[in-house]
Design a protein around this ligand. Sequence first.
Ligand code: PGA
Length: 254
Amino acid sequence: MARRKLVAGNWKMHGLASDLGEIAQISMAAQAADGTDVALCVPATLIHRAVAAVPGFTIGGQDLHANEKGAHTGDISAAMLKDAGATMVIVGHSERRQDHGEGDAIVAAKAAAGLAAGLHVILCVGESLEIREAGNATRFVSDQLKASLPSLSDAAGRLSIAYEPIWAIGTGKVAGSDEITQMHDVLRASLGEILSPEVAESTLLLYGGSVKADNAADILGLANVDGALVGGASLTAAQFGPIIAAAENAAHSA
Ligand code: PGA
């Protein structure tokens, strides 16, 4: 089955009202792509303004609380994200796992909440350098996937998995083609075992970690790579545009 490509930008803790023009520029680059979905996951404070500034462009959040509402100071619910106009959310990013101590069970609950609310959920997994060097990367990541996945009934097409080796995030180091291919094959097989072959087929597998204009074509051209989750290089249209174009090329040559 041919899957569309998805290139999602993760703005992390970057972005002010003065950056809305950049989002508009990025959305213009996205408009030219017909085989690739493009999204930006921006800080919560920008979601509503970005949606208003660029109607029709996919805007997402970077985290959510598993509960619908309640006494959770500083948190944001799936309903709030939707209310602001977001249609997507990232869960389980390694920076959340590390900075906020989010374990797999919390990530699974967050993913379930996002899916139940009708959001597209990008669930992140990935190993540390220590685990990779010990030769345990594929075992670790497939176990992490199993423990972080919500039980799904109708999520087909609204779940993406981002493989983001922690040692490649923001470091300029990119996983090699063989490492990415091996991990994505393992992830696809695990999805088939844990959920169903149909969900495994329809789930997009994204790679994340130092994706840039000069390596995007190689990464996005790999057989089992359906897109990318891009941090630093998603902040400007000048850097993100070529990544979108590389996804588009890959989509049309698949
Ligand atoms: P990076 O971040 O592209 O800056 O390495 C990727 C991510 O953390 O999603």
